[in-house]
Design a protein around this ligand. Structure first.
Ligand code: UDP
Length: 245
């Protein structure tokens, strides 16, 4: 299988398959934060994120969002459409947290009047800087039309994710999306959506540390990372929004 190796990222490994339009994604237990300055392994994280991402991508598919997801091929693997990745991280925020608080001084947990969409340039050397639409145009990372489509898709996905998480009693604070272009030039959601890439707060507790059910538990050494991810998966499965999962 080694000859089909394509790329190893921080949390996943990509392999080619015999079909050039299909890739195999293997979810690792590795965790990184702060531009990979903090690293560890969390037993079970790969399987949990693969199951959660499968659930969410299938749900988004039922809501008409184009995604790269094809099928889950094992407990920690999925088959996806091969795409050319747009080198942007598209972040949507409903409440202030993380780098938004640091950049603007808005207090943690402040509800935003409307969802905020931000673009970050995917570039580890530069530390994934915040980009304006003019920066994106300047570097030809996407056309202005594609940027508008990315924004629309991001807002639609936010709406669907909030609908999915609300009955799970989970608050979707913010999340990061990545998109790719398939051979016909269609923009597809082309990365996991999981507690590694979303901030999710448990509405059942008001305790500011207990309520964190996402990668902030790892970033800030709060412990019980896999337990938190397992809780997210359990609540999604109990919600019954995707049949058979
Ligand atoms: N995020 C991510 N990968 C990154 C950076 C951010 O998945 O490389 C997610 C992060 O988990 C959060 C959202 O994007 O849900 C916004 O992150 P933020 O800009 O606040 O950065 P952070 O505080 O994580 O450095």
């Amino acid at each position: 299988m080694n000859d089909l190796f394509l790329y190893e990222g921080k949390a996943k490994i990509l392999y080619r398959t015999t079909d050039p339009t299909v890739l195999r994604v293997v979810y690792k237990d590795d965790a990184t934060a702060f531009n990979a300055q903090k690293r560890s392994t969390i037993a079970g994280k790969g399987e949990l994120n693969c199951a959660i991402a499968t659930y969410i991508l299938q749900y988004l598919d039922t809501q008409g969002i184009p995604t790269h997801f094809l099928s889950q091929s094992s407990s920690r693997e999925m088959l996806v459409q091969a795409v050319t990745i747009v080198p942007l991280e598209v972040v949507v925020r409903n409440l202030a947290a993380g780098s938004l608080c640091q950049r603007t001084g808005i207090p943690l947990g402040t509800e935003l009047a409307r969802p905020l969409v931000e673009f970050f340039y995917k570039n580890d050397v530069l530390g994934d800087p915040l980009f304006t639409e003019d920066h994106i145009d300047l570097l030809h990372l996407a056309t202005p039309e594609q940027v508008q489509s990315l924004k629309r898709l991001a807002i639609d996905i936010n709406h669907h994710l909030q609908t999915l998480f609300a009955p799970c009693r989970l608050t979707l604070v913010d999340f990061k999306l990545e998109f790719g272009l398939n051979a016909s030039g269609q923009l597809l959601l082309a990365d996991e959506v999981s507690p590694d890439t979303c901030r999710l707060w448990d509405q059942v507790t008001a305790d500011p540390q207990e309520r964190i059910l996402d990668k902030d538990r790892f970033r800030h050494d709060l412990g019980k990372v896999a337990d938190a991810y397992a809780e997210v998966l359990k609540r999604l499965q109990e919600s019954g929004k995707v049949k058979g999962l």
